[in-house]
Design a protein around this ligand. Structure first.
Ligand code: F6R
Length: 613
């Protein structure tokens, strides 16, 4: 959480930093600030401008500001320590040292007590300001920001990505991290440090990712990398293949809407590298795990958070059905603390769009420690989880900016289709014919998704009616149960409405008591092996006065007759239905939230990349 940008170069730092922060606002948006050098060349001083609220508040304040220097840092915040306010906004500046921080300094109380005893004047409630005090003391001693960083590093425990500058060294930025991401963009005579390449890509596509316990020293137009103990290290320069316009809205009202409409392409991009079009087979060429390793797998664990977890839940149905390999699904924050039993020959699959979710990262580390093979399904290449795993598959969705995950979800579902087919083939349950049919179906999926998207007008009409209800129960069975959970999550996070996702067969065990005419039931009920049973559950809800919106396959008269509203999907296999059904539940939540005037791309209290637990 929190976005960091720093710039050193010939352009106007204010423009580069604010432009970058705009791209990083998904990481947090409750306050923002910049610290940029200003004044005569011989006596440059740090000038700080900060504002509570979204970045637009900071931009207003900056409209009339001019800075003469060429070095600056900026931050957009998601509060951990200290309420969202201007006082707690970053950068924090002490004795000419300014810094921005993403993460949590766990031993902040001990550091604070020590600083207070030494007479320091602490101005904010943040843990971050304390680090600025430590650095200010050390630059006084050493006359060098890099040395100061080296000296204070052993004092810090917890998760941090920190970028610092000192007004006495106007050609230097120092970045260091343990946990949250940091990346340096290496431009033509300019350097940009940021939490994510999205803030860098419009300036350069050459980047260097920092690993934990590394220090990046930016000196003029040079980048030098060091270990925490100050030894120089060599790092690879990565070329990013995203273009700058991929991170713009392209005429859509919101990023989320654009990303929902990008889903057919996202799915096509997710499957393309792994399909042999001639043989109609699934081939994982750069998986990082050998066929023998895959063959040895007797148990699969799928670990993730939020929407990624629901994608994993759907994956379980696919892998178990096609390969008869046992699959367990776990929420990462539970998995990492429940001392899980991970038997020999286990594969732990993590799913993460950002590749930076703290709990999922901890889960993969735990899995490796216990001897399991690990496989990451991730969107952001070279992210922490991606780098940690033994094997990797990419969602290939392109940048996802809307805080609510959409295209990464459907791409992951498509990848689980591929994995299930592969596991099924390896374990002898999926023959060539079945594989070819499944591959053909997957190849035809993007076109079917386009069809569902073309019904958007109907979804929007249906969505407006949702506002009238006290609560919404999303239900489904089997592989559509995770879609019910995902639909409820989307409605909660975007429309701030109470919604629950339930396995339809559980209704009689409690939720039926909730049902009256003020309760809306959204039944995910495509034609598959669970259709009849789901229909019975729908009838039970209807008999108790509940209003019904159903999502079904084709022109289903039976379902239409028992529903107040009916949303149709094209005919597809049971493994592909969830990908199609995801679209209406996303669009319902999107439209109702938009009609309520909510900020769909940046729902309150949330951030896209949850780099703290
Ligand atoms: C909900 C949503 C979140 C994320 C979750 C995991 O719309 O976006 O629930 O799915 O925070 O994030 P990643 O996939 O980046 O690990």
């Amino acid at each position: 959480m929190c976005g960091i940008v720093g710039y050193l170069g010939a352009k106007d730092p204010k423009e580069v930093i604010v432009g970058g922060l705009k791209r990083l606002e998904y990481r947090g948006y409750d306050s923002a600030g910049v610290a940029i050098l200003d004044g005569p060349k011989s006596d440059l001083k740090i000038k700080v401008v900060r504002a509570s609220g979204k970045l637009s508040e900071l931009s207003k304040k900056l409209e009339t500001e001019k800075f003469s220097g060429h070095l600056g840092i900026g931050h957009t915040r998601w509060a951990t320590h200290g309420v969202p306010s201007e006082r707690n906004a970053h950068p924090h500046t002490v004795g000419g040292v300014s810094l921005v921080h993403n993460g949590i300094i766990e031993n902040y109380q001990e550091i604070k007590a020590e600083l207070v005893r030494a007479g320091a004047e602490i101005k904010s409630d943040t843990d971050s300001e304390l680090v600025a005090h430590l650095l200010a003391a050390k630059v006084k001693e050493t006359g060098d920001l890099f040395k100061a960083v080296e000296l204070i590093l052993p004092r810090l425990t917890g998760a941090y990505a920190i970028l610092a500058m000192w007004e006495k060294q106007p050609e230097v930025m120092v970045a260091f991290k343990n946990g949250p991401p940091l990346v340096v963009g290496v431009g033509e005579k300019e350097m940009i440090v940021a939490s994510d390449v999205q803030a860098i890509i419009s300036h350069t596509n050459k980047v260097v990712y920092l690993d934990d316990h590394e220090i990046a020293l930016v000196k003029g137009s040079e980048l030098q990398m060091f270990s925490a103990s100050g030894h120089p290290i060599k790092k690879e320069v990565t070329t990013i293949n995203w273009s700058a316009d991929q991170v713009e809205k392209a005429g859509f009202k919101h990023f989320m809407l654009k990303e929902i409409f990008e889903q057919p392409r996202a799915v096509a991009n997710a499957i393309a590298p792994h399909i042999d079009l001639e043989k109609k087979t699934v081939e994982f060429k750069d998986l990082g795990l050998t066929s023998d390793q895959l063959k040895s797998i007797e148990r699969v664990f799928i670990v993730a958070c939020g929407t990624s977890f629901y994608a994993g839940m759907a994956g379980r149905y696919m892998i178990e059905e096609l390969s008869r390999v046992a699959v367990e699904c776990d929420i990462a924050s539970e998995f990492r603390y429940r001392n899980p039993v991970i038997p020999k020959n286990s594969l732990v699959i993590t799913v993460s769009q950002s590749g930076e979710t703290a709990d999922t990262l901890a889960a993969i580390r735990l899995a490796k420690k216990s001897g399991a093979l690990t496989l990451s399904i991730c969107n952001v290449r070279a992210s922490s989880i991606d780098r940690e795993a033994h094997g990797r598959l990419y969602m290939n969705s392109g940048p996802e900016i809307g805080v609510a995950s959409t295209k990464a979800f459907v791409s992951t579902l498509a990848i689980f289709n591929l994995l299930a087919i592969k596991f099924g083939q390896i374990h002898g349950f999926v023959g060539a014919d079945v594989q070819a049919t499944a591959v053909d179906a997957l190849l035809g999926l993007p076109a079917q998704m386009e069809t569902v998207l073309s019904y958007d007008k109907f979804f929007a009409e249906s969505a407006i009616k949702l506002k009238a209800y006290r609560g919404i129960l999303f239900m489904g069975r089997g592989i559509n149960y995770p879609i019910a959970l995902e639909g409820a999550l989307k409605l909660k996070e975007l429309a701030y409405m109470h919604a629950e996702g339930y396995a339809a067969g559980e209704m009689k065990h409690g939720p039926l008591a909730l049902i009256d005419e003020r309760m809306l039931i959204l039944m995910v009920c495509p034609s598959d092996q669970n259709y009849e049973k789901t229909l019975s559950n729908l009838e039970e809800a209807r008999a108790r006065g509940g209003k019904i919106v159903s999502i079904g396959t084709g022109d289903n008269h039976e379902l239409k007759t028992v529903s107040d509203d009916y949303l149709a999907l094209p005919k597809a296999s049971w493994m592909l239905n969830p990908i199609l059904a995801a679209i209406p539940v996303q669009l319902l939540a999107y439209h109702v939230a938009d009609a309520m005037g909510h900020d769909v791309d940046q729902p309150r209290n949330l951030a896209k990349s949850v780099t703290v637990e």
